[in-house]
Design a protein around this ligand. Structure first.
Ligand SMILES: *Cc1c(COP(=O)(O)O)cnc(C)c1O
Length: 210
């Protein structure tokens, strides 16, 4: 049986798309956009309407956190505790609270970033993330294997959803698990069926990226 979850929200992935394309989606009512490169994101944030909610979805280097800390709404891709500490430090400078998702490695490909299930549980049980005062761990993010095998994709998303539920039900103090970011153009339908609250979609909206 599926558990009840928040309505699914759409993150329009605008990486490598020009500002005009983003503006077009904005004018159609979209407010949440996702980017994966710091420099590209800060340029777009400068040029585009200030009520856009920018999400960071790519691998984030610690020395670049300072550039997005003043405005970022959600970081989906936190893959180490030291990164979380740096986000906390920079958020403090701006007197902000930055919501973050912890990225979990669920795909069989070796190249994708993220915590293993054991590493994640160990980190949360240590209580260290919950002590940071300017970041909130709000959920998990994951990417399924790049494959046409739908059953494999489904089982990877299901595994992530079960981990999400397990952490939620463990009622770890000062931890609010509300967002489960999974699903891209090729697999968002399966992700929604498996409990996603945030889908990150680029190419099926804008067409193939150059
Ligand atoms: C590029 C990207 C997406 C969007 O991929 P599409 O296949 O274009 O929908 C989603 N998530 C992450 C982390 C990405 O880097």
């Amino acid at each position: 049986m599926k558990s009840l979850h928040l309505p699914v929200r759409l993150v329009v992935v605008s990486k490598r798309q020009p500002a005009e394309s983003i503006l077009e989606a904005y004018q159609a009512g979209q407010r949440i956009f996702g980017e994966n490169k710091v420099q590209e994101l800060t340029q777009k944030q400068n040029q585009l309407p200030k009520d856009i909610e920018w999400h960071f979805i790519g691998h984030l280097q610690r020395n670049k956190v300072k550039f997005i800390a003043p405005f970022i709404s959600l970081i989906h891709s936190v893959d180490s505790f030291s990164l979380l500490e740096e986000i906390d430090k920079q958020a403090q400078k701006w007197n902000r609270q930055i919501p973050c998702l912890l990225q979990v490695h669920i795909a069989r490909e070796e190249t994708k970033f993220g915590f293993s299930e054991e590493e994640l549980l160990e980190l949360l049980n240590s209580g260290k993330p919950q002590k940071l005062t300017h970041v909130t761990v709000a959920g998990l993010m994951g990417m399924a294997s790049f494959t046409s095998d739908e059953e494999m994709v489904r089982s990877e998303f299901r595994q992530l959803q079960q981990l999400f539920d397990k952490i939620k039900n463990a009622a770890i103090p000062n931890l609010t698990m509300v967002e489960l970011s999974m699903g891209m153009s090729g697999d968002y339908k399966i992700a929604i069926e498996e409990g996603s609250t945030l889908v990150r979609i680029g190419s099926s909206i804008f067409g193939e990226r150059k």
